[in-house]
Design a protein around this ligand. Structure first.
Ligand code: ATP
Ligand code: MG
Length: 400
């Protein structure tokens, strides 16, 4: 349910017209009574006549007492300082008074967000308190276009298993991320919105998530490629740690480059899936990646090799590849034109067709290397900070 609060009854009714089914209150006192009596209230829209100070104070109090409730602020004028303050207070979205279509979309998105959050609160102990450490799985290849996003989105959907587990998919391809496109999401926020926040706690991160399907939530990459530079690796590490405390699995998609943010994800990962295709440039890059990881003392037991489009008839035998890499291939994902078709539909093939050979291969990887046996990384075995030095520049960045 949604409650609309505006001191002017006419404005309140106009907002209700845009939102659809909602109750209307015309004072903050009435709003407090509604919230005290309806503990399942999902969304509150604060109209333009509610003064910003009261709105921020209310939001700051509710983010602690009611973390699953979304607050949407409607304003006559929106500027960056208002947006920053709203984010800090934990307001989920700020909408222009004239953009009623956007208000409707924001309310709908907030409702599904709150529902997803209520579900995800359950395994963490039901009270929003941190649960047991979840696992972080990072998908990487130093060459572009090998299938990182395909594996990351499908692995996340497979692990979520239609709501059986709570999974957050994080797009760390900060300049060219396409998780939102691959899943046909229309996110209100991206990871870049965490940058201006003074204090990034789990409630603040929750407000940036975009739910996809039961059990599967995402933290998407910025829309503007330029924002990537402004997201410090330390913030990425902090966000991943917070997510790990509240989700069973955090799956990280990456750019084809060893940048600082990727290295931060590696340091925290329980499993790194290194993906390559059966062509010489991809395998050369994979070999370089393995050598670099060995040089940097990344624990061998944490990485796995995934061969994508493994049945392509290109004259390279899997056995020869394993011999060259001096490492076994954990799973072979076949090539299928159903993969790009599923991306065009915005539904991971693992959800759309769980019996498809591509879905089965990804499930096998999840079962054998993520859900089963993969060791959880105790905090004191994370790669020491001094090993993080001088790791840049091994691989070329993707040309823009
Ligand atoms: N097993 C497969 N069979 C057929 N097509 C595939 C398969 N895996 C990936 N593709 C296709 O290959 C293309 C690249 O895949 P994807 O976007 O997942 O790669 P990526 O490594 O994330 O790329 P980038 O480095 O640009 O982020 C996509 O069009 C995708 O549909
Ligand atoms: Mg990608």
């Amino acid at each position: 349910m949604t409650t609309i609060c505006d001191l002017d009854p006419t404005t309140a009714e106009a907002l209700r017209g845009a939102v659809g089914e909602a109750r209307v209150v015309t004072s903050l006192e009435q709003l407090r009574i509604v919230l005290d009596t309806d503990v399942y209230e999902d969304v509150v829209v604060l109209g333009p006549s509610v003064d910003p100070g009261s709105a921020f104070r209310l939001a700051a109090a509710l983010r602690i007492s009611r973390p699953t409730l979304s607050l949407i602020l409607v304003r006559q004028r929106i500027d960056t300082s208002l947006l920053a303050e709203a984010m800090r207070a934990g307001i989920r979205d700020v909408v222009d008074e004239r953009d009623l279509y956007r208000l409707n979309a924001s309310v709908r998105q907030s409702q599904s967000f709150s529902a997803a959050l209520r579900e995800s609160a359950a395994p963490a102990g039901g009270d929003g308190a941190p649960g047991p450490r979840g696992k972080i799985v990072t998908v990487f290849s130093a060459k572009g276009g090998c299938g990182k996003t395909t594996l990351a989105t499908n692995l996340a959907a497979t692990l979520a298993d239609r709501g059986r587990r709570q999974v957050c998919l994080v797009d760390l391809d900060l300049a060219f991320g396409d998780v939102a496109i691959a899943l046909q999401l229309f996110p209100a926020h991206t990871i870049a919105d965490a940058v201006p926040l003074a204090d990034v706690d789990f409630t603040a991160v929750q407000a940036l998530l975009t739910p996809h399907s039961p059990g599967l939530t995402t933290l998407v990459a910025p829309v503007e490629p330029g924002s990537a530079e402004s997201i410090p690796a330390s913030l990425v590490a902090h966000i991943l740690e917070l997510l790990r405390q509240h989700f069973d699995y955090v799956v990280v998609d990456t750019p084809p480059a060893f940048d600082d943010q990727v290295l931060a994800a590696f340091d925290l990962s329980d499993v790194v899936a290194l993906i390559a295709t059966l062509d010489i440039p991809a395998l050369k890059n994979l070999k370089l990646t393995l050598e670099t990881m060995a040089l940097l003392n990344y624990p061998r037991e944490r990485w796995r090799i995934v061969l994508n489009r493994a049945d392509s008839k290109v004259g390279l035998a899997i056995g020869e590849v394993e011999k060259t890499l001096r490492a076994p291939i954990s799973v072979e994902i076949p090539s299928s034109r159903d993969v790009p078709a599923s991306i065009n539909r915005g539904v991971p093939i693992a959800l759309d067709d769980p019996r498809h050979p591509v879905s089965l291969a990804i499930r096998e990887f999840a079962d054998r290397h993520v859900l089963g046996g993969a060791p959880s990384v105790p905090p004191d075995t994370a790669v020491p900070p001094d090993l993080r030095k001088d790791r840049r520049g091994f691989f070329r960045r993707r040309p823009s």
